[in-house]
Design a protein around this ligand. Structure first.
Ligand code: GLU
Length: 449
């Protein structure tokens, strides 16, 4: 029989040929397939022809027109996407991203990652993702509402609490979920709370959902450090981004006694020697929907804004890439390693380039891949679905306890799986194989579909 490594390489080449001009999707697929050879050797049942081919081909891809009018009456046309990637473990589940960079390749990379991430939560959710190349920045509330209504006017026929359950991602937060939910309810005439997650807590949303991704990413880092006999208390932390993930990463770090000193956006980064003032940052980002440059202006002498700079040039003991894909490259990794970084936890999806991941691993830096480290967000989304199904609402304390338990379990399964396959301490291999095993077992049991 062909060596699994050669077989996986030739499968990958075929996938790249079949899906041209989708570099992020190729990267996400390669990153998974590159770690699967040991499991194929140990468990030949996975080597059946067609399994990897099915896993890398979405069950369904929906692309649609989203026309909408701005406040001056001008018509704009955006493109909407929903990729329903894999439903072996449960209804398709994954966020919607509104950002000019969104195309089918980006949505497929996110959807593909989501399959394994969701499997790692152990909560019975399949993988999907969607979004649009719409840019919400600078748009009024009324424009965002009209866009969301138009987007949902098409999307509603494809989703449902037992079919496909979207949520937020970059550019889609509580405001957008509200407009999307309202339009779904209006069109369908159903109070179907479980069709979207990330809802407001007054109308079916879960406590702690906005915090969950950031909190979970910090908990994952704490678990990785604990394995090395270290803690977070007193450690300096470099965080990128200033969206929902970054804000609640900073919040949890502060609660655990760490010292986050940075945040960033596409225009540059802020470094604050006194540590980030979270109330000020929340005011600017969540209330005013402003930029991080304004933080430095208002904070006083301890903070400065570095326009166009890369946040990874700031020394820190733990790093949390929490902005977007491929934001941390090889040079950034070298700078972080030179500054003595001990752990990196991916709050964003695929923020670290493959070369940078390799550098961290070779340097012995604990590296938590997004599939594991940022799974807290979708995990609490699944808890929101449970609450909706039972028409109940759990306390913050209960949700936080569940989240902490889930992150501990994810860390544990990644760690054990890596050891079992001869790669101790390699959370990338552990996460990919553990996620793969769960999905592959379900797919094999359910036949060729
Ligand atoms: N967009 C988030 C993620 O990347 C959350 C998805 C969800 O809650 O469904 O996992």
């Amino acid at each position: 029989m062909k060596d699994p490594k050669d077989r996986l390489d030739s499968l990958r080449a075929g996938i790249e040929r079949r899906n041209p001009a989708q570099p992020e999707f190729h990267q996400a697929v390669r990153e998974v397939l590159d770690t699967l050879a040991p499991v194929f050797r140990a468990r030949p049942e996975y080597a059946v022809p067609g399994l990897v081919e099915r896993l890398t081909e979405p069950e369904r891809q929906i692309v649609f027109r989203v026309p909408w009018q701005d406040d001056h009456g001008t018509v704009h046309v955006n493109r909407g996407f929903r990729v329903e990637f894999n439903s072996a473990l449960g209804p398709y589940k994954g966020g919607l991203r509104f950002h000019p960079s969104v195309d089918i390749g980006v949505v497929k990379f996110l959807g593909f990652e989501q399959i394994f991430k969701n499997a790692l939560t152990g909560l019975g959710i399949g993988g999907g993702k969607g979004g649009s190349d719409f840019d919400p920045r600078g748009r009024s509330d009324a424009e965002v509402m009209r866009f969301c209504q138009s987007f949902m006017t098409e999307l509603h026929r494809h989703i449902g609490e037992h079919t496909d359950v979207p949520a937020g991602d970059i550019g889609v937060g509580g405001r957008e979920i509200g407009y999307l939910f309202g339009q779904y309810r209006r069109i369908t005439n159903r109070w179907e709370a479980g069709v979207l997650t990330g809802k407001g807590t007054g109308w079916g949303g879960s406590q702690i959902r906005p915090q969950a991704t950031g909190y979970g990413s910090v908990l994952f880092a704490a678990e990785m450090l604990q394995r090395q006999g270290l803690g977070l208390d007193g450690r300096s932390a470099v965080v990128s981004g200033s969206g929902n993930v970054a804000l609640y990463t900073i919040e949890k770090l502060q609660k655990l006694g760490a010292y986050p000193i940075t945040c960033s956006d596409s225009e540059g980064y802020v470094v604050d020697d006194k540590g980030i003032d979270l109330d000020l940052l929340k005011q600017i980002k969540e209330v005013e929907r402003g930029r991080v440059g304004a933080y430095a202006e208002r904070r006083g002498a301890s903070a400065r804004f570095v326009p166009g700079g890369r946040v990874w040039e700031v020394a820190g003991e733990v790093a949390f890439p929490s902005a977007t894909q491929n934001e941390l490259g090889a040079d950034d990794a070298r700078a972080l390693i030179a500054s003595g970084v001990k752990a990196v936890s991916e709050g964003a999806n695929m923020p670290t380039t493959p070369e940078a991941v390799r550098l961290f691993q070779e340097a012995g830096v604990a590296f938590g891949p997004g599939k594991a480290a940022n799974a807290g967000g979708v995990a609490v989304s699944a808890l929101e679905m449970s609450q909706n199904a039972a028409r109940s609402a759990w306390t913050s304390q209960r949700v936080e306890e569940e989240l902490a338990g889930i992150m501990r379990d994810i860390h544990q399964v990644c760690h054990e799986t890596a050891e079992r396959y001869g790669a101790p301490g390699d959370y990338v291999t552990g996460a990919n194989i553990a996620g793969f095993e769960r999905v592959a077992d379900a797919m094999l049991a359910q036949g060729v579909i």
